[in-house]
Design a protein around this ligand. Structure first.
Ligand code: ZN
Length: 217
């Protein structure tokens, strides 16, 4: 668990550095800003919550929140074609390919609170295969938006159908939702599973079962 948290932190700071270099200002000094309009909204929110945005610990919070939210919704500015970047290869293989336990972090569109978990993706090629790491990149394109888990699952499946034109695609997501864990019913141990089956995985129960057996191992 600890190593997972570390790699996530590295990931986020790495991408924020990229955002920094595109920002109009150098952020090295305390008074610089990132997106004044966005930061003003966050300052207003802090006031609304009864906080004092001028106290020491909160001085750069609007800037940090603005950058974090831009990163967490960066999927809006990405396309599947862009992240796949031609990592498609001709191959006659027609056996099932599975990548399981791809971690993802998203925001529920109803509360703007995180939901996070794992995606399992399987496909049966029909002439074309995809670089395996690209399955994780495609997941992030759709996870880094305001989402519902059902739509996220279907969007990943449909994107793979579009780019690979395979015999079938299966996507299963398992997630925990902060809006259920921290508020509302406050159920910390529930997890939500969604699936999207296309092609063979939908029409052939044995293919679907083989996939389900393999991801549960
Ligand atoms: Zn929610």
């Amino acid at each position: 668990m600890a190593s997972q948290m570390n790699s996530t932190t590295n990931n986020i700071s790495g991408s924020l550095n990229t955002l920094d270099s595109n920002a109009p200002h150098n952020l090295s000094t305390k008074d610089d800003s990132y997106d004044p309009e966005f930061e003003a909204l966050i300052t207003a929110m802090l006031n609304r919550l009864g906080e004092n945005p001028n106290r020491d610990g909160l001085q750069r919070t609007p800037l940090r929140v603005a950058k974090a939210l831009d990163f967490l919704t960066s999927g809006y500015t990405l396309s599947v074609d862009e992240v796949v970047n031609d990592a498609l290869f001709d191959d006659p293989c027609e056996e099932m390919v599975i990548v399981k336990d791809i971690e993802f972090y998203s925001l529920c569109e109803h509360h703007m609170l995180p939901f996070f978990g794992k995606t399992h993706i399987g496909y049966i090629p029909s002439g074309k295969i995809i670089g395996l790491s690209k399955l994780a990149r495609v997941t992030d394109v759709f996870a880094r938006r305001l989402q519902v888990q059902e739509r996220l699952t279907n969007q990943i499946a449909d994107a793979l159908i579009n780019i690979l034109d395979p015999l079938g695609v299966a996507v299963v997501t398992e997630a925990s939702h902060f809006c259920m864990m921290m508020r509302g019913v406050q159920k910390q141990n529930s997890s939500t599973i969604a699936s999207a089956m296309r092609g063979n995985f939908r029409s052939d129960a044995r293919t679907r079962q083989e996939f389900m057996n393999l991801i549960r191992r």
